[in-house]
Design a protein around this ligand. Structure first.
Ligand code: SF4
Length: 113
């Protein structure tokens, strides 16, 4: 009788272990599928909502002092670079910009615009 009871207990333990493994695998599969779906949504969104960036703005931005002080009257160096490319501003508005750098920026602007 005790041997039979011990055997039944062992079978119950094996079933519980199997159930636990199935639950772990199920959780892994669900997380994997969710990750895949989120990845697809992000990939599709990045294609649909892609913002075209004018590379010329970035070139001029990298030549500016990058203080983002706002003394030029814009929100920062990137905004100032954009106004320069659009011809809405002049480099002399950037007070921290040194004369040598100003000359280089003017030369570059002449090439780009
Ligand atoms: S003044 Fe010059 S350094 Fe300051 S935010 Fe404007 S561009 Fe940048």
């Amino acid at each position: 009788m005790n041997v039979r009871l011990a055997h039944i207990k062992m079978v119950v333990v094996k079933i519980e272990e199997f159930n636990m493994i199935v639950e772990i695998l199920t959780a892994g599969i669900v997380v994997g599928i969710m990750g895949l779906l989120i990845g697809v949504v992000i990939a599709v969104s990045s294609k649909i909502f892609k913002v075209e960036v004018d590379d010329r703005i970035d070139i001029i931005y990298k030549m500016l002092p990058s203080f983002n002080c706002g003394s030029c009257g814009t929100a920062g160096c990137m905004a100032f670079a954009e106004t320069l490319i659009k011809g809405e501003n002049t480099i002399d508005k950037c007070r921290p910009c040194k004369p040598e750098a100003e000359e280089k920026i003017i030369k570059k602007l002449n090439e780009l615009i």
